[in-house]
Design a protein around this ligand. Sequence first.
Ligand code: UDP
Length: 412
Amino acid sequence: MLQHVVVGHKSLSDYTHIVGRQLVDEIRSLADGLEGQRVLHLSATAFGGGVAEILYALVPLMNDVGLHCEWHVMLGREEFFNVTKRLHNALQGDPDAPTSDEWDIYRRYNQLNADELAGDWDIVIVHDPQPAGVRNFVPDKARRWIWQCHIDLSEPNAAALAPLLPLVADYDAAVFHIDRYVPEELRSRPERPVYVSPPAIDPLSPKNMRLSPEDAAFVCEQFGIDVDRPLMCQVSRFDPWKDPIGVIDAYRQVRTEIPDVQLALVGSMATDDPEGWEFYNRTVAYAGDDPDIHILNNLNNVGAIEVNAFQSQADVLIQKSTREGFGLTVSEGLWKARPMVAGNVGGIPLQVIDGRTGFLVNSPEECAERCLRILRDPALGRRLGLAGKEHVRANFLMPRVLRDWLRIFKQA
Ligand code: UDP
């Protein structure tokens, strides 16, 4: 059997004071008539990455409004995840696409999961490419199949997209984060609609709940941060597309003008990701022996509360990505009312409206210049941060995602 993820309980009413009664009422009226519908979320992993972040909040909320919702994680081994990692990268544009032998491995694991999948669902929502092939083996196990793609398909390696498309073409609907990510082949099929619904954060999770300034400072001090001096911070995996090297360059430029500034690069590491470690080591080497650059990862016990504390404490937050599907860290940072300087790519401009909820940048030089402006003008930082928080409240909190799904279910 597939792994059933136990998610605990959440109550939509707890969100009313944060998102407002109007949205909560809309959700309740959409849920009216959907009671007891059996909804399954199928994904590749229960840990790490945006999909897991979302499902830990969305699944209990779906249950709270009356659906019968479960989340199952597919079975897989290293040989399968090596293929799907290559597929994932190639779908985002990497030239190295899976070979036909690797697609055989992909199909073999998808068939295994299809056989093991419990039957009799009203709706199965399949997340991302890893389990996308399951449906074609067992279309009768659900009344309706929906594929949600969480990755950026705007400039794919065609050799990776071509074998994937027939696997997702027969789903009853597909959901993408941004309209630009929808492949042409899936558009304009009225009987198989495509919906756009960007992801969101859970304001009541330990990562996003309110921490007092004293508690945030206390946590940061444990990691050697001097909380009386200015702090720049990026929270991200150590990945070339997140550009931590560019962040260090920007910090060095800022330091020529503000000598007591500090930098924290907070990033989680997968123990089984050799590429990640190589890039982590390069970042550490690039930082050299500067005691004011703090490079921290989950092996230093940086968990959700610590991420929250760094985001809450920073005088300026950075997300200097050069490629980004959505960038949950951006909404997480804005939600703490901190000013954000971020790369003008992918889903970031949905969240950072240049000059209003932060600054968008295209180079380390621009990044340094905007950080300097904010550090020299705390009132500007405060204004940007507060506008950013309200922008997230209106658009990127989990109840809105719940509403989007209920609307989709209602259109069946
Ligand atoms: N994250 C974390 N610890 C870290 C680094 C990242 O918990 O040390 C979380 C981060 O808070 C966010 C998620 O991992 O919730 C990353 O999502 P995002 O969309 O920003 O980027 P991705 O890693 O999916 O490309």
